[in-house]
Design a protein around this ligand. Structure first.
Ligand code: BTN
Length: 326
C-alpha cells in the first residue's frame, strides 16, 4: 500500500477525530513532510481533510469519497482480502467486471465507480449514474452452481440490498419482481445480473451482480423523465456521508447470502418485501402487455401469476407493473 493509502486508512479509521502530523509520521515510519504531501494529494482527490495547527488532521464527517480503504474498514473479517478497485469514472462497472472475470478475477472481486458514462440497465436501458451521488458497483461471483440455482443470485441480491438499506434508514424498501428496489413507490436501486459462461462446458463460470443505488442524487438532478419514478435513499438534508459503509454492508450481505443460496431461506424475505404479490399486475410476454394476478414466487425466483383465463403460469424473466385501478 502507498503512503497516501496508509494515511487514508488511518484517517478513515478515525473519521472525525484529530491525529497530529507527528503521530501519523510515527505510525507510518515516515517524515512529517511526507505525511503533509500525502494529505495534500488526498485533498486534491476530493477528501475533505481539516487541518488545525495544534491538533493535526481529521477526515471530515462530510467527506464521502469512495475508496477501497474506506470500504475495507466495514467488511466482515472473512471478506477483508477481496480485491476492490475504485474508479473515478467508468463506462460501466459490469462491462469492466466481465473483462476481469474473464481474466481470472477471484470470487468476491468488486469494481466500483464514482460515476458511469454508459451505465447499463435491464432490457438494454441506460442506468443514470451521476458522479459522487450513488453506489455503482459490480461484484464478481464464482458460485460453482448449476444454471437454475445461479438464477437465484438475482433474487438473493435484491434481498441483500434491501437488508443493507434497512440498516441505514427507517424506510422499508420493497422489491418489484425481478429485482428493482423501491421506496414509497419510487425506484431507488436496479440490479443487473450477467453470467459469464464457460465456452467449453457451457456452465456458468462467473456471475456479475451489478448494483446501481441512488444514494443522494437530488430530485432535480434526475433527468425529467425519471423525476417521478426514481428516488434516492437519503435526501440532501440528511447529510449522510457513508457510501463506503453502505457499499461494504451490501458486499457483506451479497457474499454471505450467496454462500447459503441453496437453502433458499431468503425467498421468504423476498416474498415479504414484494410489492406485487397479491396485486393485479401487467406483465410483458412476447412483446405484449397482459393482465394477471401476482400469486407467489417459486423456488427458482419465478413469478407465479394467474392469467386472464384463470390459469396458473410461471414467469422466469421479464417485466411487470402494478395495474392501477381504473
Ligand atoms: C436496471 O435498473 O435495469 C438495472 C440497473 C443496474 C445498474 C448497475 S450500476 C452498476 C452496474 N453497472 C452497470 O452498467 N449496470 C449495473
Amino acid at each position: 500500500m502507498s503512503l497516501k493509502n496508509n494515511v487514508l486508512h488511518i484517517l478513515e479509521l478515525n473519521k472525525g477525530a484529530n491525529i497530529s502530523g507527528q503521530e501519523l509520521a510515527d505510525m507510518l515510519f515516515v517524515s512529517r513532510t511526507a505525511v503533509w504531501k500525502a494529505i495534500n494529494s488526498l485533498k486534491q482527490e476530493g477528501y475533505i481533510i481539516n487541518a488545525t495547527s495544534n491538533k493535526g488532521y481529521s477526515l471530515s464527517f462530510s467527506s464521502d469519497v469512495i475508496s477501497s480503504e474506506g470500504i475495507n474498514l466495514f467488511l466482515n473479517d472473512e471478506y477483508k482480502n477481496i480485491p476492490i478497485t475504485v474508479y473515478k469514472s467508468l463506462a460501466s462497472t459490469n462491462t469492466e467486471a466481465k473483462i476481469e472475470a474473464m481474466n481470472n478475477a477471484v470470487h468476491g472481486t468488486v469494481i466500483i465507480s464514482e460515476e458511469q458514462t454508459k451505465g447499463r440497465g435491464r432490457f438494454g436501458r441506460e442506468f443514470f449514474s451521476p458522479s459522487e451521488s450513488g453506489i455503482y458497483m459490480s461484484i464478481i461471483l464464482k458460485p460453482n452452481l448449476n444454471i437454475a440455482d445461479s438464477v437465484l443470485i438475482t433474487t438473493a441480491a435484491a434481498v441483500a440490498v434491501c437488508n443493507s438499506i434497512d440498516k441505514f434508514t427507517d424506510e422499508k424498501p420493497q422489491i418489484k419482481w425481478v429485482n428493482d428496489i423501491y421506496i414509497k413507490n419510487k425506484k431507488v436501486c436496479g440490479i443487473l445480473t450477467e453470467a459469464v459462461t464457460d465456452f467449453e462446458s457451457g456452465g456458468v463460470e462467473s456471475v456479475i451482480v451489478g448494483i446501481g443505488l441512488n444514494v443522494k442524487t437530488k430530485e432535480e438532478e434526475f433527468p425529467t423523465e425519471l423525476q417521478n419514478i426514481a428516488e434516492s435513499i437519503f435526501h440532501a438534508d440528511d447529510k449522510f456521508c457513508i457510501r463506503n459503509q453502505l457499499a461494504a454492508e451490501i458486499i457483506n450481505n451479497v457474499l454471505s447470502i450467496c454462500e447459503k443460496l441453496e437453502d433458499k431461506k431468503f425467498l421468504e424475505i423476498y416474498k415479504e418485501r414484494s410489492m406485487i404479490l397479491g396485486e393485479y399486475i401487467l406483465y410483458n410476454k412476447n412483446n405484449e402487455w397482459l393482465e394477471g394476478f401476482a400469486l407467489d414466487i417459486d423456488e427458482y425466483g419465478g413469478l407465479i401469476i394467474i392469467n386472464k383465463y384463470g390459469q396458473k403460469e410461471a414467469l422466469h424473466s421479464g417485466e411487470v407493473s402494478i395495474k392501477k385501478a381504473k
